[in-house]
Design a binder for this molecule. Sequence first.
Ligand code: SF4
Length: 291
Amino acid sequence: MDVIREFDPWSDPLCTCPKKYGFNPYTGCPHRCIYCYITSYIPRAFDCRVKKNLIVRVERDLKRVDKRRVISMSNSSDPYPPMEAKLKLTRACLKLFTREGCQVQVITKSNLVARDVDLLSRMRCVVSFTVTTLDRNLSRKLEPRAPAPERRLKAMRKLSSAGVPVSLRLDPIIPGLNDIEIERIVKAAAATDAKHVTSSTFKPRPDSWHRVQRVFPEATAKLAPLYFKHGERRHNSRYLPRELRLELMKQVEKACAAHGLTFASCREGLQELTTGASCDGSHLISRKGPS
Ligand code: SF4
């Protein structure tokens, strides 16, 4: 089975991503974010495991991929789980991508990515860090096994100063939990020299809603009517009412403008908002070939 595949998030018409590939070096993700959507389609989703014959399969897939398209690594797992420190599978894939002149977007919550600064600074790539809160206690509840936010920011700084383009994913925003931090998070990202922010509101599926509800019963009691009475359903996800999503995204847009970053929302369908050259930050990838 192919490991580098067309990126097609549930054929969602609201997805504005450029045509790209999705690639997950690991199956499942150990960070256990309570808002995560992968539990709706990956069995044993929080049990991170190695893909069989990964490197052989990547080498095979690289023979047919269109090198003009970005390989997004990864959308259904973090490419830097703790086991990567020893296994170095993601690192091995980055070496293959460098050899082939591929364009790569790394999406992570892990500071371990900074280990690969030697490769990343020579590649055509962008590294996108998800930071949803600067509050350690809140982070422990939202993303129990992911590295602390300050470690992610430190890694962002390290990569930026080595010339690696970096962007922020402020995603998801959950009203009543992290929306009061929007300005602070964008400011902290700007201080690392990040250039772009991709943001979106929480769009729960039944399983992620129940996890968030278990950890935050009071906040979700207030959110429930917004999602289930006044909001809308798209595919199997619940959306907040449009006006509220627009208000939240406008706050991010304003913070980005104030701190000199470009901004785009992800799968919100809000035409009123400005949008960076790409929604996902892939425009930050150098057009030049590897040095
Ligand atoms: S890092 Fe991403 S894929 Fe991993 S558990 Fe968190 S939201 Fe899910």
